[in-house]
Design a protein. Structure first.
Length: 270
């Protein structure tokens, strides 16, 4: 059974490497034996969590390259860099994405006033950018006849955000999660199914991993409200996410494709 989760000699690409979840996925892949090629925007500061991984693993196992997931030409260049450094990737974690947390100034928008530009940017990164990355790296996997693509979705791709989770946050008007966020993640899940059916004959599996609320600096009142809504009574931690990722990345899920794995503590069961 242990060998089913072994990623020795595998090459993984992770977008959004410097974000909140990027280092979680990267550490899981590295610990399982894979070499990891991380991608993030130029100018984004190397996070403390990623820096710790660079200390643990040298450049023979972990590299960071800079690119924009919305730029096809730039993605082609970093794909060539990845292949030169580690070889053709066999795992792709489409993690790059943007959301809109509550403003520190308390300023926001009423539903009828939300600028279309905010929605457009979210879709361009979360859905269209993910598709571009998958075109570039997934095609190489299909040519090689093997691979696992894991698209990071969200609980909010399945259910609408509950505005009551946020109504204690000072603001005028009250904070609203951007409507495009959940819609973009729902699109990712449907795109996952689409790609899975087209690339299955080429040995490439495509699945979505959709976390629920992940612990990470939220205020106490939000955590209380959210956890009261979760059957398991708590938010997800990094340890809760590593196992599901390794399952989808490895041969443990060799007969799994086109599915969404919800890691939400039972939130969506109610």
């Amino acid at each position: 059974m242990k060998n089913l989760f072994d990623l020795e000699a595998e090459v993984a690409v992770v977008t959004g490497a410097l974000g909140k979840l990027g280092p979680i996925w990267i550490e899981a892949l590295l610990d399982a034996g894979a070499s990891v090629y991380g991608l993030d925007l130029a100018g984004v500061k190397v996070s403390e969590d990623f820096s710790k991984l660079q200390t643990r693993f040298d450049e023979s196992r972990l590299k960071l390259d800079r690119t924009d997931v919305k730029d096809r030409q730039a993605l082609e260049a970093v794909c060539r860099n990845c292949i030169a450094a580690f070889g053709v990737p066999s795992i792709l974690v489409n993690n790059a994405g943007i959301d809109q947390p509550p403003s520190k100034t308390g300023k926001g928008y009423r539903l009828e006033d939300i600028p279309i530009e905010i929605n457009r940017e979210i879709f361009e990164v979360n859905t269209l950018g993910l598709f571009l990355v998958t075109q570039v790296f997934g095609t190489r996997m299909a040519d090689a006849g093997r691979g696992s693509i894991i698209n990071i979705g969200s609980l909010y791709g399945s259910v609408s955000p509950d505005a009551r989770f946020y109504d204690h946050i000072p603001g005028d008007p009250p904070f609203l999660k951007p409507p495009a966020y959940g819609a973009s993640k729902a699109a990712v899940v449907n795109l996952t199914r689409y790609l899975a059916t087209h690339w299955a004959p080429h040995g490439v599996r495509v699945n979505a991993l959709s976390p629920g609320g992940v612990l990470g600096g939220q205020d106490e009142e939000f955590k209380r409200k959210f956890c009261n809504r979760v059957p398991l009574g708590r938010m997800a931690t990094a340890e809760d996410l590593r196992g599901p990722l390794l399952f989808l990345a490895s041969q443990a899920s060799a007969y799994v494709t086109g599915t969404e794995l919800l890691v939400d503590g039972g939130f969506s069961a109610w």
